[in-house]
Design a protein around this ligand. Structure first.
Ligand code: SF4
Length: 494
């Protein structure tokens, strides 16, 4: 039956409204990406404000942990979780590597002796059992991360053994986020499938740089085909998200060479890209003494590499999530940031806020309620503690109320680039502008040049300040004050 003129008009109006709604949703989405995740590179401001400082994977930072907080304190912290409905995130540290990468600052042991892995797996099982004995709270695990070192130093069978132990002591949710760091030089496509079959569904692949000259200079020769094979296998096996880790500031890098690496990265389209700044500290990390310091890029070259990186990745459609991390706009990290669900912990950014973090293995760090605890960093003290039936805790810290407030503020800056005063006031019963009066005064210099905007409701890190978010966070770090309580000034990085 033919439609009347009136009906046609109504249908047309409905379609027009639908189109307008669709358009407004698209522009709302684009606007939220632009507003929340835009980043602007301003070399002069980076030169002026960038200083050495923490990466804020915790607050207080790990250098504030003390040995006064030992195994007993951690056991009590675990027991105190009785009745607390917080899901768990589990970190498993595997410290072994077959060869050393000269830039490495991780806690790792270089060995080709595979028999050490079996002893270690038995120790991990024992540690999980001890955590189980003390933990009086929720056992639902929504996130697992295997990091290192090289987690795949463990054989498939050994990795399975650890998974089985986790399954015995905890309740692992099916739809959780289970990630593993992979060194493509040490895994085959078959291993990638085995990892997926075990339950891993996220992977981060160590790349650093595709340039063979740079690779040779840092003792990490990894032909691009090797990385591509692992990436292809991860996709075919059904890994939900694959991330590449890169480093800038390595010997022989310059803008032209690193641009080629980035062009390959863009071609391979990982879901996330981390680009870390290499800090040459040979007096602290002995392996770095093998790096030819004369081949390191100058500060100006490093800055130019960073600028090109930001431009190339954003032009390719990645958004800047924060602190060295880029992600495709539809990747869960980018989505979580727009939804203000992003969280930062010892593994970097995470989509799960509000978890207790249990760390097992040598040097692993946990965060349980208002406590941080770090395990022994050496093999022998770690094994000895477990042999005594003790948690292998080396050090930790119990957070006071001021720490908790500042942790919340620093988390909000690092994850959302915004601190809303009302949220802090509601959670902690303080008047933000009174409590943080010196900090707000200290931000005035940054506000004057457009790094941050401060009004009566919030502090916002503006696009020009986002590469410097750590420096904004440092303003709120009480431990960086002088003894007189003043906000300390730090030497510039560049
Ligand atoms: S960078 Fe990774 S693989 Fe290389 S030595 Fe360090 S932990 Fe091991």
């Amino acid at each position: 039956m033919a439609r009347s003129e009136r009906e046609r008009t109504i249908v047309k109006a409905q379609e027009k409204r639908k189109d307008e709604k669709r358009m407004s949703e698209v522009s709302e989405r684009e606007r939220s990406i632009t507003v929340a995740q835009e980043v602007v590179f301003d070399a002069a401001l980076i030169r002026r404000f960038d200083v050495t400082g923490p990466r804020y994977t915790s607050y207080p930072t790990a250098d504030r942990f003390t040995e006064a907080f030992g195994p007993e304190a951690y056991a009590q912290a675990l027991a105190a979780r009785a009745g607390v409905e917080r899901p768990l995130s589990l970190y498993v540290h595997v410290p072994f590597c077959e060869t050393v990468c000269y830039y490495c600052a991780c806690n790792r042991m270089v060995t080709k002796d595979r028999s050490r892995a079996q002893r270690y797996v038995a120790a991990l099982e024992k540690e999980l059992g001890l955590v189980d004995r003390w933990l009086r709270g929720n056992r639902r695990v929504v996130q697992i991360h295997f990091g290192g070192g090289t987690p795949t130093f463990l054989s498939e069978e050994e990795l399975r053994q650890v998974w089985d132990a986790i399954g015995r002591f905890f309740e692992v949710t099916e739809e959780g986020e289970f990630s593993i760091e992979v060194d493509p030089r040490r895994v085959s496509a078959a291993t990638v499938y085995a990892l997926r079959e075990m339950g891993f569904n996220r992977m981060s692949i160590g790349v650093q740089d595709f340039d063979p000259v740079v690779q040779a200079a840092v003792n990490r020769v990894q032909p691009i085909e090797v990385t591509e094979e692992v990436l292809r296998a991860a996709r075919a096996a059904g890994f939900v998200s694959v991330s590449f880790d890169l480093i800038y500031g390595l010997p022989h890098q310059n803008v032209t060479r690193f641009a080629q690496t980035l062009a390959e990265v863009v071609r391979l389209k990982p879901d996330r890209v981390s680009v870390f700044n290499y800090a040459h500290l040979p007096e602290r990390f002995p392996a770095q003494r093998r790096i030819d310091a004369t081949a390191l890029p100058s500060a100006a070259e490093k800055l130019a590499i960073l600028q090109m990186t930001v431009e190339q990745l954003t032009a390719a459609g990645y958004v800047y999530v924060g602190m060295d991390h880029f992600a495709r706009p539809d990747d869960e990290l980018a989505v979580a940031q727009r939804a203000r669900r992003l969280h930062r912990n010892f593994q970097g950014y995470s989509t799960y806020a509000g978890c207790d973090l249990i760390g097992v293995g040598i040097s692993a760090i946990g965060q349980v309620g208002p406590f941080y605890a770090q395990n022994q960093k050496g093999e022998e003290p770690y094994f000895a503690a477990l042999a005594r039936g003790e948690l292998p805790t080396l050090r930790g810290v119990a957070l006071g109320n001021d720490d908790l407030i500042r942790r919340e503020v620093i988390q909000a800056l690092m994850c959302h680039f915004t601190v809303r005063f009302a949220e802090v006031e509601e959670a902690f019963g303080v008047v933000f502008t009174d409590y943080f009066a010196p900090e707000l005064a200290a931000l005035e210099e940054m506000a004057a040049v457009g790094l941050v905007a401060v009004d009566e409701e919030e502090v916002r890190v503006l696009p020009k300040g986002r590469l410097l978010v750590r420096v904004v966070a440092m303003v709120f770090d009480r431990y960086l004050r002088t003894e007189e309580g003043e906000i300390r000034r730090y030497s510039r990085v560049i």
